[in-house]
Design a protein around this ligand. Structure first.
Ligand code: SF4
Ligand code: ZN
Length: 729
C-alpha cells in the first residue's frame, strides 16, 4: 500500500478509536455499564463487531473489551519518512476503524442523537435486508456502491445517482465533504431516496458508512449461513464478501485521514475504492479482485470504472424510449403535482390482459394506441386504459399467460417517471410531466413491454403485439373477455394439485448466497421468497433448460401425510452437497424444507397452545414466543433444517396442503395484521371450506396480544380448535 495512504489511514484509525473511547466513557458515566445498546430491528447486535470479533454487544460495558481489543490492532503511527511496503498494518487499522465507527453510531442514540431524521434512514432492519435477498440472487441488484462524501454540485450528484440506478446498483450514501452531503444534494433535486429506489442515505458522518458494511456482514450471516466466532470465522465472512457481495466505495471529494482509514477497512472486505480526486493509486491485485484504489476518475466514468474494477456483470438492455429505465426506478412514485396523465385507481377502468395467439395471428412489434394520446388531453387528465398484449411463440403455452402478465407490473414500473401499481383489473398507472416533457408517450408503454418480454422470455416469446386502448368503448368492450380469462386461470391454478403432476421444480437461485439451499416448488407450495410458483419454475425451465429451475421427478411416494417422495429426496441429497437426505413438503416438524434467508414469513411452533404462528418480515414488534421477526429469522435461516421453524411464502397459508402433515390450518393461532389483511377474504374462504367458518376471527394477532399467557387465555375464550389438537413437539 502506498506509504502516504497507509500513514493517513493509520493516523485516521487512531483518531477514530480515540473518539469512540471518549464517547464510550462519557456515555457509561451517564447511563452506567449495564445500559442496553444496539441497533433497531436486527438480531445481529452490532453486526460488524459481531462478524469481526465474534462478540455480541448487548450492554455498554461489553464495549470496553471491544475497544481494548481494537486498540491492540492499531499499529504505531508511522513517521512520515518510513516506507511501508505491505498492506498489513493499514488493513488492521482499517478494521479497527470500522468497529470504532460502529461503536460511535450505536452510542449516538444514547446521547440524544437519532440515527433516523430528515431523509437519513440510519441502520437497515433485517427484514429489509431479507426483502432485498431475491433481488440479489435474480440479478436485479447486481452490485453496491458506498458513496462517501459529496459531489461538486447538485446536478452532478443527481447524474451520478441516476447513472448508478440505471445499472441497478444499490447506492449507499454517507459522510460529507466539507459539510455537504450527496443525499442533501439529491434531496434538493427532489430525488426519491429509499430502498425501493436503490438510493439509501445512511447519515452525514463518516461513521455512518458502517451501516453499509453492517449490511455486507449480515448478508454473509443471513444468506450465507456463516456463524460469527473467532478469527477463522471472521476471515470466512470477509472472503464471502469478496466472492459474493459485489460492492465498491466511491470516494467523492477530498479524502481526509478518517476516510482513508474507513477505505482501508472496506479493502478488508475486498471492496475497492474509486476516487474522483488525485489520491495515490494502489493497483496491484491482492485482497480485492482487481485494483484496490483507483483515483482521478471523472464522475461520468465512475459507474463503469467501478463495475470493471469490481468485476461486476451487468446486462443492461437498450430500449428506445426517451427516459432512463431499470429496476431501480421501480419504486419511484409520481405525485399529484407532477402528474401529466393518469389511468385507473378509483377514477377510471384500467386493466392489463395478456393473451397467447397463434404465430400467424400476431404482427410482431406492432404497437397501437387506440384513443387519445398524451398530447391530446389536458394536463393531469384521467383516462380509461386497456393494455392488451398478444404474444406468440413456438414454445408458448396458455399456462404461461399469467406469468408473463404478472411481469407487466415490474416492466411498466421501470421507466423513470412512470408509476404502475396493482395488476389485472386493479391497475393504477401514472406518467409524470418530466417524462412527458422528455418525449414519453402512451405508446412507449408498448415499446417497453415489447422489449422486456422478448428479452426476458426469449425461449417462449417470438412475437409481441401491444394495443393500448384509451377510449371508453373499447376499454369496456374487451373487459369481459379479460375478466373471464382471469377467472379461468385462477380455476385452473386452484385445481392443480401436487398429486396431479409427476414433477416438482427445484429452485437453486439462492445458492449464489446460500450454497446449500434449494427450494422444492410444488403446485400447492410456492417458493419461500413468495416470488416463484410451480408454473414459474416450469416456464423458467423452458426458457433456460440448464438454469436454476430443474424438473424433479417425484417417483415413489414414501409418506403421503408428511409429503415425502423418493425422487425428491434423491435430488435433495445431490443439490445440497450431501447436507440433507430427506424433505417433507407438508411438515414443519419432520425434515422441514431448508430456509435460505429471503423468506416472506416465518412459521414457528408455539408451545402450550397446540398451534403455530406465522410472522411476516415487515412486522417489527414482539411475538408470543418472546422474539421479534429478526431473532426468529436468525434461528430459521442460513440453509438449515430447524424442526418447529420454517420460512414460507405468504400464500402457502392458503394452500390446501398448508402443514397438513402437522394438522393443517387449524393449527394457526397467531399471525400479524399485515398477513390477515393480505390474505383477507381468501383466508376466510379457506376456513369456511374446511368447515371452520369462524376460525379466521379466532386467530389472534398483535392487536389481541403479543405474549404467550394472554394468547392461551384468548384461545380458550374463543375455543380455538388448536387447543384440542395436542402439542406439536
Ligand atoms: Fe430463492 Fe427459493 Fe425463491 Fe428460488 S424459490 S429465489 S431458491 S427463495
Ligand atoms: Zn433465498
Amino acid at each position: 500500500m502506498s506509504r502516504i495512504i497507509a500513514t493517513a489511514a493509520i493516523r485516521g484509525a487512531h483518531a477514530c478509536v480515540a473518539r469512540a473511547e471518549k464517547m464510550l466513557s462519557e456515555t457509561e458515566e451517564r447511563h452506567g455499564r449495564d445500559k442496553a445498546i444496539g441497533f433497531e430491528a436486527t438480531a445481529y447486535a452490532l453486526p460488524v463487531t459481531l462478524a469481526l470479533l465474534g462478540k455480541r454487544v448487548m450492554r455498554l460495558g461489553d464495549l470496553d473489551e471491544v475497544l481494548q481489543e481494537i486498540r491492540r490492532w492499531l499499529p504505531p503511527i508511522p513517521d512520515s519518512d518510513i516506507w511501508l511496503p505491505y498492506l498489513g498494518g493499514a488493513l488492521d487499522a482499517g478494521a479497527a476503524t470500522l468497529i470504532a465507527h460502529e461503536t460511535v453510531e450505536a452510542l449516538k442514540p444514547l446521547n440524544g442523537h437519532d440515527l433516523v431524521y430528515d431523509y437519513w434512514l440510519g441502520p437497515t432492519a433485517d427484514g429489509i435486508l431479507r426483502e432485498q435477498g431475491i433481488k440479489l440472487v435474480d440479478g436485479r441488484m447486481p452490485g453496491f456502491a458506498a458513496c462517501v462524501g459529496a459531489l461538486p454540485d447538485d446536478e452532478t450528484a443527481e447524474r451520478l445517482a441516476r447513472d448508478l440506478q440505471e445499472k441497478n446498483i444499490l447506492v449507499f450514501m454517507g459522510s460529507n465533504t466539507n459539510g455537504e452531503t450527496m443525499a442533501g444534494q439529491l434531496h434538493r433535486r427532489g430525488v426519491d431516496m429509499n430502498w425501493e429506489t436503490f438510493l439509501v442515505p445512511y447519515g452525514p458522518d463518516t461513521s455512518s458508512i458502517i451501516h453499509a458494511l453492517g449490511f455486507a456482514c449480515r448478508a454473509a450471516m443471513t444468506f450465507g449461513g456463516l456463524h460469527p466466532g473467532g478469527l477463522k470465522e471472521a476471515r470466512d465472512i470477509l472472503m464471502y464478501n469478496k466472492r459474493r457481495v459485489f460492492a465498491f466505495v466511491l470516494a467523492l471529494g477530498d479524502v481526509d485521514d478518517e476516510k482513508y482509514a474507513t477505505a482501508a477497512g472496506a479493502i478488508n472486505f475486498g471492496f475497492p475504492v474509486i476516487a474522483d480526486t488525485d489520491i495515490p493509486q494502489i493497483l496491484p491485485t491482492g485482497i480485492c479482485t482487481y485494483e484496490h484504489v483507483v483515483s482521478n476518475v471523472p464522475y461520468k466514468e465512475m459507474p463503469s470504472r467501478a463495475i470493471e474494477v469490481r468485476g461486476l456483470k451487468i446486462t443492461s438492455l437498450d430500449i428506445p424510449i426517451p427516459v432512463r429505465h431499470g429496476p431501480a426506478f421501480e419504486g419511484e412514485r409520481v405525485r399529484k403535482e407532477d402528474l401529466a396523465i393518469e389511468f385507473g385507481s378509483k377514477y377510471t377502468r384500467a386493466y392489463e390482459y395478456l393473451k397467447s395467439r397463434r404465430m400467424d395471428e400476431v404482427e410482431d412489434e406492432r404497437i397501437r394506441v387506440i384513443g387519445p394520446e398524451i398530447g391530446d388531453v389536458k394536463e393531469a387528465a384521467q383516462l380509461p386504459l386497456a393494455i392488451f398484449v398478444e404474444v406468440a411463440g413456438r414454445k408458448m403455452q396458455v399456462d404461461f399467460e399469467s406469468i408473463l402478465e404478472r411481469h407487466i407490473h415490474s416492466f411498466l414500473s421501470e421507466p423513470m417517471g412512470v408509476m404502475h401499481l396493482g395488476q389485472r383489473d386493479t391497475v393504477w398507472l401514472r406518467i409524470s410531466k418530466k417524462a412527458r416533457d422528455a418525449g414519453f408517450r402512451i405508446e412507449h408503454l408498448g415499446v417497453m413491454l415489447l422489449h422486456k418480454l422478448k428479452n426476458d422470455f426469449p425461449a417462449i416469446v417470438d412475437k409481441v403485439q401491444v394495443t393500448l386502448f384509451t377510449n371508453k368503448e373499447d376499454v369496456d368492450q374487451l373487459y369481459d373477455e379479460a375478466v373471464a380469462a382471469y377467472r379461468r386461470r385462477d380455476e385452473r391454478m386452484g385445481a392443480m394439485t401436487d398429486e396431479s403432476v409427476d414433477v416438482f421444480y427445484s429452485c437453486a437461485l439462492c445458492q449464489s448466497y446460500a450454497p446449500n439451499h434449494v427450494c422444492i416448488i410444488t403446485p400447492q407450495r410456492l417458493g419461500l421468497c413468495g416470488a416463484y410458483n410451480w408454473l414459474d419454475g416450469k416456464a423458467a425451465h423452458e426458457i433456460n433448460p440448464h438454469g436454476g429451475n430443474q424438473p424433479v421427478a417425484k417417483k415413489e411416494l414414501l409418506d403421503p401425510v408428511k409429503g415425502k417422495w423418493k425422487g425428491i429426496n434423491e435430488f435433495l441429497e445431490v443439490a445440497t452437497n450431501g447436507q440433507f437426505q430427506s424433505f417433507s413438503a407438508y411438515s414443519m416438524i419432520d425434515d422441514p424444507m431448508t430456509s435460505c434467508g429471503c423468506f416472506e414469513c416465518v412459521a414457528c411452533v408455539l408451545p402450550g397452545t397446540g398451534g403455530i404462528m406465522v410472522v411476516d418480515r415487515e412486522y417489527r414488534g414482539n411475538t408470543p414466543v418472546g422474539m421479534n421477526f429478526s431473532s426468529l429469522a436468525e434461528i430459521t435461516g442460513g440453509g438449515q433444517q430447524t424442526p418447529g421453524f420454517v420460512g414460507i411464502g405468504t400464500l402457502y397459508v392458503l394452500s390446501k396442503k398448508f402443514i397438513t402433515g402437522d394438522g393443517g390450518l387449524p393449527r394457526l393461532v397467531w399471525t400479524t395484521t399485515n398477513i390477515k389483511q393480505r390474505l383477507g377474504e381468501k383466508l376466510r374462504q379457506r376456513c369456511a371450506e374446511m368447515g371452520l367458518p369462524d376460525l379466521f376471527d379466532k386467530i389472534a394477532d398483535e392487536t389481541v396480544c403479543t405474549d404467550l399467557e394472554p394468547l392461551i387465555e384468548h384461545l380458550a375464550a374463543v375455543n380455538h380448535p388448536a387447543l384440542g389438537m395436542g402439542e406439536m413437539i
